[in-house]
Ligand binder design. Structure first.
Ligand SMILES: Nc1ncnc2c1ncn2[C@@H]1O[C@H](COP(=O)(O)OP(=O)(O)OP(=O)(O)O)[C@@H](O)[C@H]1O
Length: 247
């Protein structure tokens, strides 16, 4: 479904006239299958979010390409309705002047859904993310972090894309809320059979939800491992990263 082939990315480094570049991603190749949950884990600065932006087609790689069902992800027709995203910063993900209902309507309207259909879909989505219908009229500032992130997840799921990219989507939430949201994501995946790309520095969260994890170090794939074999990772870096949950 999603195929990444020899992707490289660098950014300009230094002052305005500097010609130096910082290489952020090097020779990244992998596939994500339909319905799979693939974790991307690594330390801060290893290039996870940069890779996420390339997978969403927000930025272009310098070399290599990202294909969604054979089409380049930079093309609108490859992305439209196929891939959506949930980010860490839920507060800036929702327009502060929109009610929950208005925020959730947006993608459904763009998809061309009829007004009445939209209303019942919003009720269903709110129910699926554990919010009652009274939330329709609330503004983002009236929501807790967990509730706001549930709204973002409901919106991402609403058009039933084939893949959702979650970039540190639970990192800003309190511990118990993190578990609730992970549980929610697991349930939604079962309902909609969609693929998740789960970017995190939290290996425990990845182990909870992912089928496979890709361990990234300094912009390169260090190791790709199925979740059942997480304890058998080979490299010293991966072992260090995993130590915290193996104990
Ligand atoms: N738009 C940009 N312009 C210049 N440098 C960038 C840009 N985006 C990222 N970088 C650099 O690329 C490197 C990787 O950043 P990235 O955000 O992808 O890492 P990360 O693994 O997601 O880190 P974190 O877990 O802290 O979010 C960093 O050194 C960062 O400073």
């Amino acid at each position: 479904m999603l195929s990444v082939d020899r992707v490289e990315k660098s950014y300009k480094k230094g002052g305005l006239f500097s010609r130096q570049r910082q290489i952020v991603l090097k020779n990244i190749s992998f596939d994500c299958q339909q319905g799979e949950c693939l974790g991307i884990i690594g330390e801060s600065g290893s290039g996870k979010s940069t890779l996420g932006r390339l997978l969403l087609g927000i930025e272009k790689p310098d070399h290599g390409h990202v294909l969604f069902e054979g089409k380049r992800i930079e093309e609108r027709r490859a992305r439209l309705g196929n891939i959506s995203a949930v980010f860490q910063d839920y507060t800036s993900s929702i327009n502060p002047y929109y009610t929950v209902e208005q925020a959730m309507m947006e993608p459904l309207r763009l998809k061309g859904m009829a007004k009445q259909e939209i209303a019942s879909k919003i009720d269903l989505l709110l129910y699926q993310v554990g919010l009652n219908p009274s939330y329709r009229s609330k503004y983002p500032h009236e929501l807790s972090g967990g509730e706001a992130q549930r709204v973002c997840i409901a919106r991402a799921v609403s058009t039933e894309p084939k893949c959702i990219l979650l970039d540190e989507a639970i990192s800003s939430l309190d511990g118990s809320v993190q578990i609730q949201v992970l549980e929610l994501l697991r349930n939604l995946r079962q309902i909609y059979q969609m693929a998740f790309i789960f970017i995190t520095h939290d290996i425990q969260a990845a182990a909870y939800i992912c089928d496979r994890v890709m361990i990234v170090k300094d912009g390169q794939i260090e190791e790709m491992v199925r979740i059942e074999q997480l304890k058998d990772v080979q490299s010293a870096y991966s072992r260090k990263l995993l130590q915290m949950i193996i104990t």
